[in-house]
Write a protein that binds this ligand. Structure first.
Ligand SMILES: Nc1ccn([C@@H]2O[C@H](COP(=O)(O)O)[C@@H](O)[C@H]2O)c(=O)n1
Ligand SMILES: C[C@@]1(CO)OP(=O)(O)OP(=O)(O)OC[C@H]1O
Length: 159
């Protein structure tokens, strides 16, 4: 049996924060603001996984009102979500993700992100695709006010 899920997330860019996307720290003048480390890409993958198993969203599992998740490492949150997926007997077919950011250039970091995500989802980097696009300077992403991300995951049942 196959199950599909999708995720979408946005975080604001702010000074004085590290920019962490896909579990990788990217050198940049600003970072993403959130209750956690605000890793917008890992959040969308977690949401897509939760969607695929019909388990709600990351806000339900890791409320932003809970001090336990203040400055949380999103890689740990995704590992927890992935354990739920595995408990239900699913494995990853593939994940396809898009980072929507005017700046900085993501291309130099894409391979590292794929490897990090594959490690978290216990699969091969070939099963993970990460893309990036600008919005041609249009909208909040185009003005550099924030970064968005979306992801689709396909799971298959091992039963
Ligand atoms: N933050 C970004 C945005 C884009 N890229 C790469 O540039 C290509 C062209 O982007 P357009 O928005 O002009 O289509 C895109 O396909 C990515 O390869 C990037 O690395 N980082
Ligand atoms: C990850 C959590 C929890 O620390 O907080 P944020 O980093 O603010 O992220 P968001 O995508 O807004 O929602 C999920 C959260 O509850």
């Amino acid at each position: 049996m196959f199950r599909i899920g999708q995720g979408f997330d946005v975080h604001q860019l702010a000074e004085g924060r590290p920019l962490i996307i896909g579990g990788i720290e990217i050198p940049y003048e600003k970072g993403l603001l959130g209750h956690s480390d605000a890793d917008v890409l890992l959040h969308t993958i977690a949401d897509a996984c939760l969607g695929a198993i019909g388990a709600g969203d990351i806000g339900k599992h890791f409320p932003d009102t809970d001090p336990a998740f203040k400055d949380a490492d999103s890689a740990k949150l995704l590992e927890h979500v992935w354990a739920l997926v595995r408990e239900q007997g699913y494995e990853l077919v593939n994940a396809d993700c898009t980072i929507i950011a005017q700046k900085p250039k993501m291309a130099p970091y894409i391979e590292q992100m794929k490897e990090r995500i594959a490690g978290l989802l216990q699969c091969n980097p070939e099963q993970i695709n990460v893309k990036a696009t600008t919005t041609e300077k249009l909208g909040f992403t185009g003005r550099g006010e924030g970064i968005a991300s979306q992801a689709v995951v396909l799971l298959s049942s091992m039963k």
